[in-house]
Design a protein around this ligand. Structure first.
Ligand code: ZN
Length: 480
């Protein structure tokens, strides 16, 4: 529930993991399955005497994201050194941006708690390099030692900072889902890769001190950590415990946040302009990058409604992931668009979520074939759901199944009309008691007869159709 006294702002670190090389060196970004410390070089290890060489494409991607988030692109942008010591940061400074970020003042539309569209303001979008990764032996607050992996060191990051416009953990999640969706549309980001998005959340109650919960990588984790914080802060206030501004860690296993450090004084990072990189005039790049921007989720949703005449709710559901949107359009070209929308948004997506499978594993051809069978009436809707489930259950099997095969193997073909009519005639003859009850005014008695028809056709008749045929037969025989 949105609560008036809850204030949440997010700082989202987005890894531009679709780039081929790191931000300032030629090391490959495809380290996710590699052994630790195999994707490194003197530059990203911060050895003395090395110099950064800026990845031009990373700047383009940053502009692309800032434009999509409706930011003002700054005419000139500059890198700074943020000085601090940490084992995952071998240079003892991080190259980041400070006074002159790529973009300022953007926004994202999300669905607010009241169901209405809500604008979340973006403060800034800036570029920086990713530090390495510490692997703790056990939980962060109890580990006896930690190991460091520099494969991630020097990856291109974007930091997206929001204004404190979010009012509930659910809104925070909804913002993150929308941001991920936009980034995937822009083809700069793969959210499935480990550590692709890491989120720091600032949360406070009105008039209270702020807690920052650092470094959560799942959207669900952020939602849970914020819910925990609201409860914790409220309870502290009720008990009259003084709150201090602090940094906390979310322990996913225990579902709680624990304090890491209190901010009695602000950190002094001694920011100063990075002397090894010149300022960049990016204003001139904007028209070209803008011309290459793909269609974004909100625009695609509007187009789906107008081009395919589908419901807005369906359009929203279908555009909530670029993969789903593409799948929909591929199928809708070869099937009835409205029927396609209903079956993908209301049925297929649910079955995929339930199994935690992405839509690209489902074949477009199979979906077209299933919709064709529904439209021709060769299977019932119930049968179609069964076909979809069976195909999903056999994904990755050596003997993957196809729709026609499932219909054949499971006997899902809708009974021929003649067979249904035959079953209706027989059922009316056999159920003389139910027929008598029906004729004396007990309309519910018809259900018994329809049940008999379903039994005789082994469930392959359409129940609505069977009901209609039984009524017809009762009328016909009643007249005789
Ligand atoms: Zn390197």
């Amino acid at each position: 529930m949105a609560e008036k006294d809850v204030i949440i702002g997010l700082e989202v670190h987005v890894q531009l993991n679709k780039l081929n090389s790191k931000l300032f060196c030629g090391c490959s970004t495809k380290y996710h399955d590699a052994p630790p410390n195999t994707h490194t070089c003197p530059v990203c290890l911060g050895l003395p005497g090395t110099l950064p060489v800026l990845n031009r494409r990373a700047v383009e991607y940053a502009i692309r994201v800032a434009l999509a988030l409706k930011c003002d692109i700054q005419g000139e942008t500059l890198f700074y050194r943020k000085n601090y010591y940490y084992p995952d940061l071998p240079k003892a400074f991080q190259i980041t941006q400070y006074d002159f970020p790529v973009g300022l003042g953007g926004k994202i539309l999300i669905k607010g708690e009241d169901g209405e569209e809500k604008t979340i303001r973006i403060t800034r979008v800036h570029m920086e390099e990713d530090p390495g990764r510490l692997v703790h032996a056990g939980t962060i607050d109890r580990a006896k030692y930690s190991m460091v992996d520099y494969n991630r060191c020097g990856m291109s990051l974007l930091e997206v900072v929001t204004e404190p416009d979010l009012r509930s953990p659910k809104e925070a999640r909804s913002f993150l889902d929308k941001l991920r969706n936009i980034l995937e549309y822009l083809d700069v980001f793969d959210g499935d890769l480990e550590g692709a998005m890491r989120i720091d959340s600032n949360i406070s109650l009105v008039g209270g001190e702020r807690a920052e919960v650092k470094n959560i990588s799942s959207h669900k984790g952020v939602e849970k950590a914020l819910a925990y914080e609201i409860t914790r802060q409220r309870s502290a206030r009720r008990r009259g415990v003084a709150q201090v501004q602090e940094t906390r860690h979310y322990d996913e296993l225990r579902g709680i946040t624990v304090t890491i450090r209190t901010k009695e004084e602000a950190h002094d990072y001694r920011y100063f302009p990075e002397p090894d990189l010149v300022p960049m005039r990016i204003a001139d790049w904007v028209p070209r990058v803008e011309a290459e921007l793909p269609e974004l989720p909100d625009a695609k949703r509007e187009r789906f409604v107008s081009d395919y005449a589908i419901a807005d709710d369906h359009a929203k559901s279908l555009t909530s992931e670029i993969r789903v949107a593409n799948f929909y359009e591929d199928v809708a070209k070869r099937a009835t668009p409205r029927l396609t929308a209903v079956w993908i948004a209301d049925v297929l997506k649910g079955e995929l979520n339930y199994r935690d499978v992405t839509i690209d594993r489902f074949r477009v051809d199979d979906m077209v074939e299933i919709l064709d069978m529904i439209e021709k009436g060769t299977i019932t809707e119930k049968g179609a759901v069964e076909v979809i489930r069976t195909i999903l259950d056999h994904l990755g099997d050596p003997s993957e199944v196809d729709p026609a095969g499932v219909v054949e193997a499971k006997g899902l073909a809708r009974a021929e009309d003649d067979a249904v009519k035959e079953a209706v005639r027989a059922a009316v003859k056999e159920c003389s008691q139910a027929v008598a009850d029906y004729r004396s005014g007990n309309e519910k008695a018809i259900n018994f007869i329809v049940g008999m028809v379903m039994k005789k056709t082994r469930g392959r008749a359409d129940p609505g159709e069977a009901n209609r045929l039984v009524k017809e037969e009762l009328e016909r025989t009643g007249r005789a």
